[in-house]
Design a protein around this ligand. Sequence first.
Ligand SMILES: [Zn+2]
Length: 393
Amino acid sequence: MSAPAERTPRLHYDDPLRLEGEAEVRAIASLRGAPSVILDRTIFYPESGGQMGDHGAIGEARVVDVQLDDAGRVHHLVEGPAPEVGARVGVRVDGARRRAHMALHTGQHALSRALLDHLGAVTRSSRLGASACTIDVDVDGLDLAALAPVEDAVNALIDEDRPVVQRFVDDDAELARLSLRKPPPETDRVRVVEIEGYDVTPCGGTHVTHTAQIELLFLQSVERYKGGSRITFECGPRARRALRLSHDRLVEAASGLRCAPAEVDAVVAGLRAKLDAAREESGALRARLADAWLRAMPAEGPVVASIEGADPAALKALAARLAVGDRWVVLGAPEGDATHVLVARGPDAALDCGGLLKRLAAATGGRGGGRPDHAQGRLPGLVDLEALVGAHA
Ligand SMILES: [Zn+2]
């Protein structure tokens, strides 16, 4: 039997800004089929508590993910040449990624506190994802206007640059005094994160050391979610990038509309009103055109007609008005270099529409088919519909 796996000491708890150092390689293991490096101690944060794992390097190997196993060992999943067991190697955490996560995680704490203080909204869960960060609360019907005071409060807290203190508390009496925002996990030592004078909560993630390092809270959207609300947000470098991206999109939209960015909403409202009016006008014209086509059709018996300028929707509307009682219709309309054909019949007519269209398609090299009472297809070229139907009906 092998010795029980040892929990890896995690240095990021006491020093989240330590991004470089040295470590001894204890073992080359594997996790979920991928090779992993076990160190005697680590500065890398393993994915947990809704925060993604760090990236970086161990010796010559690239660290692409960091995971924790059930024994508390930290697995550094690597690509490239793995170091030798027993070797002392240089270790480096991707600082930009870590700082982005620290800003997001601390921003999430401040946001949860502000939601509770301003709206009585309790955080159910949160996720800091690669492409979006969300927080779910138990209050329904929130919108960005309702959340504006929350966003302002967190950004004011950022401006105040308050200290953020992270430590382990193993004394139950002290834990009770701290008035934590959410109940602590059932462990001997509870890690507590305190934004001075604002929020105290149990959390094992990485956090900034002062609130100004959060830089900015930017609330992007809010939607209904499981009887509550899901808020999407960004902080730190990712908030800056998100704002740049949305500003660039606005400038591009303004350029397309040939107006200033501040005029986009008014210009779009004007265009929408014009579009509605044009749609209404075009609908009225279509109805008049359909009436004119209908007046040109025979009043009784089957109808076989090609209609210049009709589209499939117009053919369908005409067929619905013509194919009544024992009448059947074959209507065609030029469509590019082909003819769109529709065959329909009234409830008392005996014609097999699908069968007729199949014969027309077979005779011309086109395609089409359908039910006995309704069929559609495309025949190549501009066909003489009357002659064709005369030969195959
Ligand atoms: Zn946290």
